[in-house]
Design a protein around this ligand. Structure first.
Ligand code: ARG
Length: 251
C-alpha cells in the first residue's frame, strides 16, 4: 500500500504529460477519397489511404494534434470549411485564384498537371487542341472541368459531362458516352494501374503545371501558419520525401 501514492503520482504525471502532447487538440480534416493515389478507401479495411492522408497525419503528429478525417463529397469540401465543420481540407486541391478568394491555402505541397484519358485505340488525340467535336467527362468543379469549360466556350469541345467522381467520369468514356476525361495526371496513372483491364490510356501532360494546397477557412490564420511550419519541418526532416517515395517511388 505504501507504493500507492507513487503509483498515483506516476499516473498523474503521465496523464499530464500526454495532455501537453495532445494539448493542441483535434485536427478535423475533410477529403474526397476518390482520388487515388492521394486519397482513397482501402477496400478491405475501409481505411483512408494515400499520399495526402499520410501527409496530413504527419502534419498532425508534428503539431501534436489528433487527426480525424472524414470522406465527404468533392463539391462539399469548400462549403464545409466555410461552415467551420472542418479545420482543413486536403484532397489534391489545386490552388487557384478563384478558390483563394474564398479559402486560404497552405504553401504548395505537390506539383501536378492535367492529362487527357481516351480509349486505348484512339490515335488522333494528343493535346487539348484535338478535342473539337468531342465530349469531355470531368469531375465537377475540378481544374479538369474548368479547362473543359473554357475549351467548350472557345468552340474547341462539343460538350462537357460533369460527374461527382473521377470513377464515374472514367466510366463515361468506357461505355462510350464521352470521348475523353480531363483530369490530374498522377490520378490517371493510378487509375490505369489499378484498372489494367480498362480500355483506356492517357496522353501525358496537356496543360500548365498546377500546385496542390491544403485549404482552410480564411479566419483560421493561426492554424495556417502552424501547418506551413509543419510542412517546412517535414521537408527538412525527410518525412515528406519518405511519404513521396511511398506513393510515387524515387525520383
Ligand atoms: N486537382 C484538381 C482540382 O483541384 C482535382 C482534385 C480532385 N480531388 C478529389 N479528391 N477528387 O480541381
Amino acid at each position: 500500500m505504501k507504493k500507492l501514492p507513487v503509483f498515483i503520482l506516476t499516473v498523474v504525471l503521465v496523464v499530464a504529460a500526454s495532455t501537453v502532447a495532445w494539448g493542441a487538440g483535434v485536427l478535423r480534416v475533410a477529403t474526397e477519397a476518390g482520388f487515388m493515389p492521394f486519397e482513397f478507401v482501402d477496400e478491405k479495411t475501409g481505411e483512408l489511404l494515400g499520399f495526402d492522408m499520410e501527409l496530413i497525419k504527419a502534419i498532425g503528429a508534428e503539431l501534436g494534434m489528433e487527426v480525424k478525417i472524414d470522406n465527404i463529397s468533392w463539391d462539399g469540401l469548400i462549403p464545409a470549411l466555410l461552415n467551420n465543420n472542418y479545420d482543413v481540407s486536403i484532397a489534391g486541391i489545386t490552388i487557384t485564384e478563384e478558390r483563394a478568394a474564398s479559402v486560404n491555402f497552405s504553401d504548395p505541397y505537390f506539383e501536378s498537371v492535367l492529362t487527357i484519358v481516351t480509349k486505348s485505340n484512339v490515335q488522333n488525340i494528343a493535346s487539348l487542341d484535338d478535342l473539337q467535336g468531342k465530349i469531355a467527362a470531368v469531375q465537377i468543379s475540378t481544374t479538369g472541368d474548368f479547362e473543359a469549360s473554357d475549351l467548350q466556350d472557345a468552340g474547341g469541345l462539343k460538350g462537357v459531362s460533369r460527374f461527382d467522381t473521377v470513377t464515374d467520369a472514367m466510366q463515361a468514356v468506357i461505355i462510350g458516352a464521352a470521348d475523353v476525361v480531363i483530369l490530374d495526371l498522377p490520378v490517371a496513372n493510378a487509375y490505369l494501374e489499378a484498372n489494367p483491364q480498362a480500355p483506356l490510356k492517357h496522353v501525358g501532360p496537356v496543360a500548365d503545371n498546377e500546385f496542390y494546397g491544403i485549404a482552410l477557412n480564411k479566419k483560421n490564420t493561426e492554424l495556417l501558419e502552424k501547418i506551413n511550419g509543419a510542412l517546412t519541418q517535414l521537408h527538412e526532416n525527410g518525412t515528406y520525401d519518405k511519404i513521396y517515395q511511398n506513393w510515387f517511388g524515387a525520383q
